[in-house]
Write a new protein. Structure first.
Length: 227
């Protein structure tokens, strides 16, 4: 158990230091984390509704942060290229995420082509029923995506790495709230500070969105990159 918890700590640390430099990304992860907790609570009574919240709000906000706001250049803090970080990532790197998001976007298409999903469900008779069925498909896709990468890690890494990663993904909402609950305030402060400097000395700003994120460099035990 001690080794399991240590690897969980390392995966979480690497995920933070490699992939969450941007204040905007951190703030979007806070929104995502809160939305996932709402989805967790909703899952007990309405699993399909929980999937709709999870994919439309939680996953979308999380991946928008990674795709559009996280710096893709050389990481001066950790002395690593974007390509290297993508290569060593334990979970879903950007390429895998794009594939997963494409599957998510296209997954309702079978309901249009075959409303009964080849006998798996009753053809929808209303828009509400259609939305509920789409939620069911997205629920299956979310569970399938988690299980697929977990089992894949059993073979490309080892059993513990896969189990630790799955544990990390399921508990990320709690950890992200703890880690990024001040990110929106700091983002506002960063923007206000830039505006103040611009008034005093109107020069092009060279400060990026990832400036002063509190991300330290190498961690003594950090050796992996998580999702």
């Amino acid at each position: 158990m001690r080794h399991f918890l240590e690897e969980l700590r390392v995966q979480r640390w690497d995920d933070h230091r490699y992939y969450h430099h941007s204040r905007i990304n951190q703030s979007l992860h806070l929104l995502s984390a809160v939305s996932f907790l709402v989805a967790y609570a909703l899952a007990f009574k309405n699993p399909a509704g929980a999937a709709l919240v999870g994919w439309l709000v939680a996953m979308t906000s999380r991946q928008v942060g990674h795709l559009f706001f996280e710096p893709k250049g050389y990481d001066e803090v950790n002395h690593a290229t974007h390509e290297h970080k993508e290569e060593i990532k334990v979970g879903y790197n950007l390429r895998r995420k794009i594939v997963l998001l494409a599957l998510w976007a296209l997954s309702p298409l079978p309901l249009y082509l075959e409303p009964s999903l080849f006998g798996l469900c009753e053809p929808h008779q209303s828009s509400g029923a259609l939305i509920h069925q789409i939620g069911g498909i997205w629920l299956a896709l979310g569970i399938g995506g988690l299980l697929f990468r977990t089992v894949q890690l059993f073979f490309v890494r080892d059993l513990q790495t896969g189990l630790v990663w799955a544990t990390k993904i399921l508990t990320d909402p709690f950890h992200d709230i703890k880690l990024y609950h001040k990110a929106p305030l700091r983002l506002v402060q960063d923007r206000a500070g830039r505006h103040g400097r611009a008034v005093q000395a109107p020069q092009p700003s060279v400060v990026s969105d990832g400036a002063d994120t509190g991300i330290a460099g190498d961690h003594p035990a950090a050796s992996s990159a998580a999702s």
